[in-house]
Design a protein around this ligand. Structure first.
Ligand code: CAO
Length: 475
C-alpha cells in the first residue's frame, strides 16, 4: 500500500513538474515573441488617464536655490509627490531674492518650485528630526544640494537614512566630485568656469564668457533627475536604494564634450572649421574660444538682419550646410559660386568663410530675421532667428504646447513660467503654482505621516516647525 501510494505520489510530482516546465517554457516563448511580455497588460484607459509617469513616487525635497529645485520640479511635473522641506520663517533663500512684487515670493522661487508641497521643519531641532525620520521612512528619494557635509551635520548621514529606509535613494548635487575641490561651495558661474564652458565661450580676442543658459545649475539638475529615475528603475530589481551624485563640474563638462573632442583633435593639426584657421591665426595648446562658429562640421555664424542698428536681436544664425550650398548661392545672388572651384567644395570654402559670411550678410541685412527664416526654410537651409525673451514670451506656438505657461499665484498674481519641456503622451504635465512657505505643514503631518493629534500638538509646541519668536523688547 505504502509503496503504491509512494509511486502514485511520485507520478503526480513528475506530472506537476512537467506542467511547471511546460508553463515556464510557454512564458519564455511568450517573452521571446514579445520582448517585454513580462509587463502588465497595456492599459485600456485613454492617453493621459492612466496616472503619470512617476505617480506613487514620493520625494523628500531638501533642495534650495536652483540646481536641486530644477530636478525636483521636473520630477513633480512627471507625477512625483514632492515634499519640500524648508527652514521655518526663512524657507528657500530664493523666496526673498530678486523680489519684484513686495511681500510676495520672487519669480526666482516660483519658477523653480511648481507642483511641490512645502513643510517647514528645523532640521536641527530634536522634534524636527523626529518628523524628518518619519518622512524618511515613507519617501522613496531624498534630494539635496546643500554645501558639502551639511546633510551629515544635520545627522542625516547615508547610514542613518539607509538604516531607517534601505529602499531610499539619496540624490545630491555638489559643485565638484571627489578630489581637491570636493569641499567647495559652488554657484552657477563657478561651475561654468570649472567645467570648461567659459574657456571655450566668447571671442578669441576677448576674455572668457559665461553663458545665459544655466548649464551649471539647471543642467546639473537635469542630470540628477535622470540619475534618480534610473536608480528607481534599478530598485525595482534590487529592492534597495543607492546614492546618486551629480557634480556641477561634471555636468557642465558633459555638455562641453565637443570641446574636449577638439582638444584631442588639436594634436592632428589646426581645427579647420574654426574661423581662426581661415584667418591664418595659429592655434595654441588649448581649444580656443570660437566666437559664433558652429560646434559641428557645418560652418555657421551670426549675421545682421534688417534693423540691426536699433534692434539688438535683429540677427540670424546661418549655417552653410554643404548639401544646400547651391540653394544658398542662388538665394544670395552668387550662382557662379556653385561651380567655381574656389567655392564649390566645403574644403575649398574653409579658408574663405569670413568672406563668404560677409557676402551672405549683405543679403540678410536686406531682410528681417523672420523673412530670412522663411526664405531659407523653403529650400532647407538651416537658420535660427535670434529670439529675444520678449519674443519668446509672446510666441503663441510655445503657449499652445505648454512650454510657456501663465500661472496664477495668491500673493503675486499672474506670471509667466516655463512649463515641462519634456512631453510624454501618456503623462501630461499641468503646471501648478509654487507653495507658500509651510503651506502644507499640517496636511503632511496629518494626512501623509498620519501622526496622532496629540503628537502633532507636541511637535508644534516644541517650536520645531515655526520661526523662532523674536525677543520682546523691554518696555
Ligand atoms: N533647518 C535647519 N537648518 C537648515 C535647514 C533647515 N530646514 N535647511 C538648511 N539648513 C542649514 C544647513 O544645515 C546649513 O547649516 P550648517 O552649515 O551649519 O551645516 C546651512 O543651513 C546652510 O546651508 P548651505 O551651506 O548649503 O547654504 P549656503 O547658502 O551657505 O550655500 C550653496 C549655498 C548653494 C553655495 C551651497 O549649498 C552649495 O554649494 N551647494 C551645492 C552646490 C549647489 O547646488 N550649487 C548650486 C546652487 S544654485 O546656484
Amino acid at each position: 500500500m505504502a509503496t503504491r501510494k509512494k509511486s502514485k505520489g511520485k507520478g503526480r510530482a513528475k506530472a506537476a513538474s512537467r506542467k511547471v516546465v511546460k508553463l515556464k517554457s510557454k512564458a519564455v516563448a511568450a517573452k521571446k515573441a514579445n520582448g517585454n511580455g513580462h509587463l502588465p497588460r497595456p492599459s485600456s484607459k485613454g492617453w493621459g488617464q492612466a496616472g503619470k509617469a512617476l505617480t506613487g513616487v514620493r520625494i523628500l525635497d531638501f533642495t534650495h536655490v536652483q540646481s536641486g529645485p530644477t530636478c525636483t520640479q521636473l520630477l513633480a511635473w512627471l507625477g512625483a509627490d514632492v515634499i519640500k522641506v524648508e527652514r521655518p520663517g526663512v524657507g528657500d533663500i530664493t523666496r526673498g531674492q530678486l523680489v519684484d512684487v513686495k511681500g510676495a515670493d520672487s519669480l526666482y522661487f516660483t519658477m523653480l518650485n511648481h507642483n511641490k508641497r512645502s513643510i517647514t521643519i528645523d532640521s536641527k531641532h530634536p522634534q524636527g528630526r523626529r518628523v524628518l525620520d518619519e518622512l524618511i521612512k515613507i519617501c522613496d528619494v531624498l534630494v539635496e544640494n546643500f554645501a558639502p557635509g551639511a546633510l551629515d551635520r544635520m545627522g542625516l548621514t547615508w547610514e542613518h537614512i539607509h538604516k531607517r529606509n534601505p529602499r531610499m535613494i539619496v540624490a545630491s548635487v555638489k559643485g565638484f566630485g571627489p578630489g581637491p575641490y570636493e569641499d567647495c561651495k559652488v554657484y552657477e558661474n563657478v561651475a561654468q568656469c570649472a567645467g570648461g564652458s567659459a574657456s571655450t565661450t566668447g571671442f578669441r580676442e576677448g576674455p572668457p564668457l559665461v553663458t545665459g543658459a544655466q548649464i551649471g545649475d539647471s543642467g546639473t539638475g537635469l542630470h540628477l533627475a535622470l540619475g534618480i529615475v534610473s536608480a528607481l528603475f534599478q530598485r525595482n530589481r534590487t529592492g534597495r536604494g543607492q546614492k546618486v551624485l551629480a557634480a556641477m563640474q561634471d555636468g557642465v563638462l558633459n555638455l562641453c564634450r565637443v570641446k574636449l573632442r577638439d582638444q584631442q583633435r588639436l594634436k592632428a593639426g589646426p581645427l579647420t572649421e574654426y574661423s581662426q584657421y581661415g584667418e591664418s591665426v595659429p592655434f595654441g595648446a588649448s581649444v580656443p574660444r570660437a566666437g559664433n562658429d558652429s560646434g559641428g562640421g557645418q560652418p555657421g555664424w551670426i549675421l545682421k538682419c534688417k534693423g540691426w542698428e536699433s534692434d539688438p536681436d535683429a540677427y540670424i544664425y546661418f549655417i552653410t550646410q554643404a548639401p544646400v550650398w547651391g540653394e544658398i548661392c542662388d538665394l544670395i545672388g552668387e550662382p557662379t559660386w556653385k561651380t567655381d572651384a574656389e567655392y564649390a567644395t566645403p574644403r575649398a570654402r574653409l579658408p574663405k568663410l569670413k568672406k563668404i559670411f560677409e557676402r551672405i550678410e549683405q543679403w540678410t541685412m536686406t531682410k528681417s530675421k523672420f523673412e530670412v527664416m522663411e526664405l531659407c526654410n523653403k529650400v532647407d537651409i538651416p537658420v535660427g532667428p535670434i529670439l529675444s525673451m520678449k519674443e519668446i514670451a509672446e510666441e503663441p506656438s510655445l503657449r499652445k504646447t505648454g512650454t510657456v505657461v501663465e500661472v496664477d499665484h495668491p500673493t503675486r498674481g499672474k506670471y509667466l513660467t516655463v512649463g515641462n519641456p519634456i512631453k510624454l503622451s501618456d503623462s501630461i504635465s499641468e503646471v501648478k503654482r509654487s507653495p507658500l512657505l509651510g503651506e502644507h505643514t499640517d496636511e503632511i503631518l496629518k494626512d501623509v505621516l498620519k501622526l496622532p493629534a496629540k503628537d502633532i500638538a507636541e511637535i508644534k509646541n516644541s517650536g520645531a516647525l515655526s520661526a523662532p519668536k523674536k525677543e520682546e523688547k523691554a518696555a
